[in-house]
Write a protein that binds this ligand. Sequence first.
Ligand code: CA
Length: 526
Amino acid sequence: MKQQQRLNTALCTIFLTVATVSSNMLGQNSRPEAETQPNVVFFLVDDMGWQDTSVPFHTETTDFNKRYRTPNMERLAEQGTLYTNAYASCPVCTPTRVSIMTGQHPARLGITNWTLHAHRDSSAGHDRLRSPAWNTQGLQPDALTLAELLQANGYCTIHAGKAHWGALDTPGADPLNHGFDINIAGHAAGAPGSYYGTDNFSDEVRRGKPQGNSPWPVPGLDAYHGQEVYLTEVLTKESIKAIDDAIAVNKPFFLHLGHYAVHTPIMADPSFIDHYPELSKREAAYASMVEGVDQSLGQLMDALDERGILDNTIIIFTSDNGGLSGRAGASENHNAPLRHGKGFAYEGGVRIPQIISVPGSQSSRTDRVTVSQDLFPTILQMTNTEIPIEAANQMDGHSIVDSLDGKNPDAYRVVGWHYPHQWTQPGPGLQAFTSIRAGNEKLIYFYGDEQFELYDLEDDISEKNNLASAQPHRVEELSQLMRHWMRQTGAKTPINKETNQPLSLPSLHAWSSQQSNSDPMLIEDE
Ligand code: CA
């Protein structure tokens, strides 16, 4: 690993030179010094649900909060801002991840589903609908990324863990092509072959199969092969080494640590599995993975503290989509009180835990609605990094620096989600959809059923009471907002297999013709 360290240091040094040139290109006269420029730790947990923590994001402490042991998330919440209404840009991985990196909505990028094979739609089948054309290659080097901008502003940019931005065998699969100086274990795949060093982090080794054919083995961790180590702890250890390399060359750092956990395969973390005797084997394994991630957060905070830089480091803790529900059988809702989980239009699919700690911040809690793409301008503002005009023009995210004191200055915000795909086999609530939240109202349109659903999240966070039939005027108004938002972002609707034509934008016309209490006076905007 010493060779790797030297390489990392060399890379940082090289980029020190390049960054000076680049920052001049961005119109900045001086590069902030490492002592004053805050470091950034972006701690992204994969598939972590809103309830997968002992930190209560709901108005009350839930049974799930009592189940999980996450003292370090509690520690971060004690020094940072807790976002109760934080959302992922999409209920699955890649679209959210690329929105963080670009500040753009996945619909604008055309990256609306998870990626793996460059020319294959990863969507499941539907009897009447298929996906619209979308960018199955994922994010490619022509995109201007968060890491590139921070790199140009003098940061040593470190990626560790899951990337999942670009498809296999494309340049976009490699974090080094997205503005990262260092890549530890990131590539095209969105899950690890195994969490165990004794499996070489490979599904092929885990299953005793011939090697070299699977996309899932985690790359770049050969030094740990055969060892009794868990992937989460290895990524933490390597991240801390990379931080030390950045410190050694007196550079501020941007650590983008995307843990593979707590995504499937659900594999027990041996350090913590004994803490959950009351749970089923699978649920205990999941809880141990959550606790492993929590330990990682604590180890990083300790490492920053020991190096005297905790007070000058921004820490952002977040997830990329809702928690996987139904892990131990179809009946249990793992995101309760939220409805359903990963892949779904409902809150369980998109509402995520999020905490942001900045130098000097104190514990606070805000109901400000925020979506993953907001983190792009937020991080750039916090690091005094200029956003080039071409990026600003395409940006869907809003900086949320104004809520770091717990305030909510944008109480009636409109945000949208667009997933014109079938995630897994169709089921209730699991189909292609577009949804918007405006204030506390949420309108969902399901393309397969051609149905709107309307919920008031203030009174009904569990989305049990569909108000669409009772409040057609609200459906009409909000569907106009939805169509406006879709035109703005370029959101494409699913294709009708029979006609080979895209479906119309969600409209009350088509829908109301099926309702007995439709209002003939409703006016369409198209
Ligand atoms: Ca995910």
